[in-house]
Design a protein around this ligand. Sequence first.
Ligand code: GLN
Length: 261
Amino acid sequence: MNEAELVLTHVLNCDRLSLYLNKDSSLSKDKAQAVSSILKRRMLGEPVQYILGHTEFMGLSFNVDKRVLIPRPETEILVQSAIEELKNIKNPRVLDIGTGSGCIAVSLAKNIPNSRITAIDISFKALEVAKDNAKLNQIQSVQIKFIQSDLFSGIGNQKFDLIISNPPYVSNQEVNAKATELSFEPALALEAGFDGLDFYRRIIIQADSRLATGGFLAFEVGINQACKVRDLLKAEEKFDFIKIIKDYNYIQRVIIAKKRI
Ligand code: GLN
């Protein structure tokens, strides 16, 4: 749906098709006022997803507000690629690092019912949103465990079949360039040092000891980062079958590696 459709279906509490089937009816005064107050916020640059309080990801509904990064469509490619890799593993154990809204953990849980997921975030506020989203999507609390943790520090020494992450990856320089576009979202979910690779470095160094034999590491990466992250993985000498997958805009967006056996 485009933004106008999102706003109108939200205010009128109807689906997209009804907008067009009833296109000759006019808006009541209070509905028109609701639309106009949404537009005022939108014109100040606030993302439509925050104004409406929800968004869609992998065909599921997620609540979002300023405590979490808004799920992006390209992150669906990360989730779909991970589902593909896990299809031959019976009861996969997954670690989602920096879960934010929970969109990755919840959509993996929905698509792989026999998976067991640990979803971590350093932000307690983000975890509150993620837990609500798990409930909203009827995920049993045994399937996803939410833990406040700075990377691996708070999760004991269990091993996983998949470590997945869309970590902060915006470089200091880009933070300034994208200041207006990203100013509504939490800096904690976006900023990642001088070259945007801080979190990949930190995760890659520790990932090998946290992965089960033959386990996978799957990352979303920013523009022009895929080859650099591949070099980091190669330098670690513990990963094979490194794959890079493009997004809908033909940008190298996802990188997956398998722990060397
Ligand atoms: N996709 C976001 C952006 O650049 C960044 C998300 C992230 O840092 N993981 O707009």
